[in-house]
Design a binder for this molecule. Structure first.
Ligand code: UDP
Length: 426
C-alpha cells in the first residue's frame, strides 16, 4: 500500500467567520450528496512545496465535510525523482527533453505504484506529473480520475508534454490554475480552472504579533532594528534566488543597512535543491547581511510566518510560477509584496494596486526601494492585497470548488453553486 499521510483533524466550523458569508452553507449543501464518498489524493511528497501545503489543510477539511478522504504518497528512488524533476522543468519551459531511459524509468515507477493502490475509490486525484501515469493500470476503474496540475504550463517543452498527453487523455477531468495552462492537445478531458488557496488558521498563516515575529527572527541572527527583505522558496532556478541577491545589492546602494533572508526548505522530491542551494550560497559571496536558511536550520511553519510578518518587503522573483502560495501568504499578512510578472502571480497581484510586479532584478530593486522609502504608501497596497486574498484565495473556497466538481462528475445537481471556469476538452 502507498504510504498514507496523517493529516490530523480540522473543523469547518472554525472557518465560519473568516470565509465569505454564505460559503459555509454552500459547502454543507454541496457536501450532503457526497457523504461517505471515497477520495484519494496522490502526490510525490508530503513535505516541501505547494502541493503538500495545500493538502495538509484541504484533506482534513474534505473529511470534516463528510467525505472519506486519504492522501497517499507514491514511492520512487532517486532515479525516479531525477526524471520527474526533469519533467517538471521541461513543462515549465526547459528545452531539455527526456531520454528513452528516462521515459522507461517513469513508466516503470507508474506501474510499481499502481500495484500498490487499491481500486476502490470514487475519486482519484493525481497531483502534478509524478503520479499522472498510474491511470494506465486502472483500465476498468469505476473511479473518476482527476489530474490536478500545479505548475506553470504556459510555455511547455512540446516533446515532454507530448510524452504525458496519452495518460492525460484518460482522465475524467483536469484542473489548472490559469486558462493559459490548458494544453492545446486533442482528446483531453474537460478542464476546470481554479486557483489554490491558503489556510488562514495554520501556524504558517495565523496572526503573529510584530513582537513575536521579531523575537523569532532575532534568533536567526537578524538585526530586527534594520530593514529585512525575504524570499521564501525552494532552491530552484525558477524561483531565481540569484536574481533576488542581485536585487538586494541594488537596494543596498541606497539603504546600506538592508538585510536579505532566503528561506528555503529541501523537498524530498527535489534532487536539484542542494545544488542550487550551493550556487545561491556562492552567489551571496559571504555577505554577512544575507541569511540563507533552510529547514535544516529549523525554519518550520512558525518561523516562515515570522519572517514574512517581520519583513519590510516580501519578494517572490520567480521566472515561472504555477501559482505562488508564498505570495498569497505574504499578502494575507499585509506585507508589501514584490513578485515576478509570470504565471499565477499575475492572478494575485495587480501591479500598482495590491503589490509590485517586476521583470528583472533591477525592477525588483526599484520596487523594494519604493517600499523602503514610503512604508505608509506600501502598506495601503498591502491592505488591498490582503482583502483580495480574503475574497479569493482562502481554503473554504478551494473546498467548495472541489465539491462542485465531485457533484458534477457524479451527475448531481449543482444548481446555485458558483461554478469554476470550464474549458471544454475535445
Ligand atoms: N515553504 C516553506 N518553507 C520553505 C520554503 C517554502 O514552508 O523553506 C512553503 C511556502 O510557505 C509555501 C510553499 O512552501 O506554502 C511553496 O508553495 P509555492 O506555491 O510558493 O511554490 P512551489 O514550491 O509549490 O513551487
Amino acid at each position: 500500500m502507498l504510504q498514507l499521510v496523517n493529516v490530523g483533524q480540522k473543523s469547518l466550523s472554525d472557518y465560519a467567520t473568516i470565509a465569505t458569508r454564505g460559503l459555509m452553507d454552500e459547502i454543507r449543501r454541496l457536501a450532503e450528496p457526497l457523504a461517505g464518498r471515497r477520495v484519494v489524493h496522490l502526490s510525490a511528497t508530503s513535505f516541501g512545496g505547494g502541493v503538500a501545503e495545500i493538502n495538509y489543510a484541504l484533506v482534513p477539511l474534505m473529511k470534516d465535510a463528510g467525505l472519506d478522504v486519504e492522501w497517499r504518497i507514491i514511492s520512487g528512488g532517486d532515479e525516479f525523482f531525477a526524471v520527474t524533476k526533469a519533467i517538471h522543468n521541461a513543462l515549465q519551459g526547459s528545452p531539455d527533453g527526456l531520454s528513452k531511459t528516462q521515459e522507461e524509468i517513469f513508466r516503470r515507477y507508474q506501474a510499481l505504484n499502481a500495484e500498490e493502490l487499491e481500486d476502490d475509490y470514487d475519486f482519484v486525484i493525481a497531483h502534478d506529473p509524478q503520479p499522472a501515469g498510474m491511470i494506465e493500470h486502472f483500465e476498468n476503474s469505476s473511479a473518476n480520475w482527476i489530474w490536478r496540475c500545479h505548475i506553470d504550463l504556459s510555455a511547455p517543452n512540446p516533446g515532454v508534454l507530448g510524452f504525458l498527453i496519452p495518460w492525460l487523455t484518460r482522465y475524467d477531468a483536469a484542473i489548472f490554475h490559469m486558462p493559459e495552462y490548458v494544453p492545446a492537445a486533442a482528446g483531453l478531458p474537460h478542464s476546470y480552472i481554479w486557483p489554490p488557496a491558503i489556510d488562514p488558521l495554520t501556524p504558517k498563516n495565523m496572526a503573529l504579533s510584530p513582537e513575536d515575529a521579531a523575537y523569532i527572527v532575532d534568533q536567526f541572527g537578524i538585526d530586527v532594528d534594520r530593514p529585512l527583505l525575504t524570499q521564501v522558496s525552494r532552491f530552484d532556478p525558477w524561483k531565481d534566488p540569484l536574481g533576488v541577491i542581485d536585487a538586494y545589492r541594488g537596494v543596498k546602494e541606497e539603504f546600506p543597512d538592508v538585510q536579505l533572508a532566503l528561506v528555503g526548505s529541501m523537498a524530498h522530491d527535489d534532487p536539484e535543491g542542494w545544488d542550487y542551494y550551493s550556487r545561491t550560497v556562492a552567489h551571496a559571496a559571504g555577505d554577512p547581511d544575507v541569511y540563507i536558511l533552510s529547514n535544516l536550520n529549523n525554519v518550520g511553519s512558525v518561523e516562515v510566518n515570522a519572517f514574512q510578518v517581520h519583513s519590510a518587503a516580501v519578494i517572490q522573483k520567480s521566472i515561472r510560477e504555477g501559482f505562488g502560495l508564498t505570495i498569497t501568504e505574504a499578502l494575507w499578512k499585509t506585507r508589501p509584496t514584490v513578485a515576478g510578472r509570470v504565471g499565477g502571480i499575475v492572478a494575485q497581484i495587480q501591479d500598482g494596486e495590491t503589490g509590485w510586479l517586476v521583470d528583472s532584478p533591477e525592477e525588483c530593486a526599484e520596487a523594494c526601494l519604493e517600499i523602503l522609502r514610503d512604508p505608509l504608501e506600501a502598506r495601503q497596497r498591502a491592505l488591498r492585497g490582503k482583502e483580495f486574498v480574503r475574497r479569493n484565495f482562502l481554503m473554504p473556497r478551494l473546498l467548495r470548488d472541489w465539491l462542485v466538481l465531485f457533484n458534477l462528475l457524479s451527475g448531481n445537481d449543482t444548481a446555485g453553486a458558483e461554478l469554476a471556469t470550464v474549458v471544454a476538452g475535445g
